[in-house]
Write a protein that binds this ligand. Structure first.
Ligand SMILES: [Zn+2]
Length: 204
């Protein structure tokens, strides 16, 4: 997805892959105003240059590299300044997942683990709401990563059993219970109660 868009840009610029012209194009893409190029091309351009401060891939250097932090911040400005049609909520989730996994040391481990669990389904075209991601992080913190990793569908993963401290009785009273993940066969036999939710942007 990223590479195909980049190859299209290369072709439009009449440049070949791997040449010095490609690197110059990457630098130009990163220097251009936010939103001028597809987000996929901006992300791909980052893999072709190095951070002028730390020498790593921009946004993926040590956590205290100021220039990496600035580049990362600029990347997410894209969501606010580019036309709404330029990136879908599902694409935003995919972008956030990829960014987290390329620089896991710059994020908290539950955040990285949640994106790692979601990424295969995002690549397959399933969106994820910010609520889905938050719930998944909470499950990871609660120690359910191994059970979550066994989920075979996005619906199963994002519909994983509620945490005990979030359970309430029908009257709304708090009703703590030990964490007991449902058996997989029960999860698989239970159809989703609601249609696939409409993805919404997930703040990074
Ligand atoms: Zn850096």
């Amino acid at each position: 997805m990223w590479l195909l868009d980049w190859q299209e840009l290369l072709s439009a610029e009449q440049l070949a892959e791997g040449g010095s012209g490609e690197r110059e194009l990457a630098e130009r893409v990163l220097a251009d105003p936010v939103g001028r190029h597809p987000w996929t091309c901006v992300d791909w351009a980052m893999t072709l240059v190095t951070c002028s401060q730390c020498g790593a891939e921009p946004t993926a250097g040590p956590w205290d590299c100021v220039r990496c932090a600035m580049t990362d911040s600029t990347r997410w400005q894209w969501n606010h300044t580019a036309p709404r049609s330029a990136i879908t909520p599902a694409e935003h989730a995919l972008r956030a997942a990829r960014a987290a996994l390329r620089a896991p040391h710059r994020r908290r481990s539950p955040v990285v683990d949640a994106w790692r669990l979601l990424l295969p389904f995002l690549v397959a075209g399933h969106g994820a709401t910010s609520t889905d991601v938050s719930r998944l992080r909470a499950q990871v913190i609660a120690g359910a990563y191994t059970d979550l990793a066994a989920c075979g569908s996005a619906a199963e993963l994002t519909g994983f059993v509620e945490l005990p401290w979030r359970r309430t009785t029908p009257t709304g009273d708090h009703h703590p219970q030990p964490h007991q993940p449902r058996p997989r066969r029960q999860l698989e036999a239970t159809p989703p109660k609601t249609p696939e939710p409409t993805p919404t942007p997930d703040p990074v």
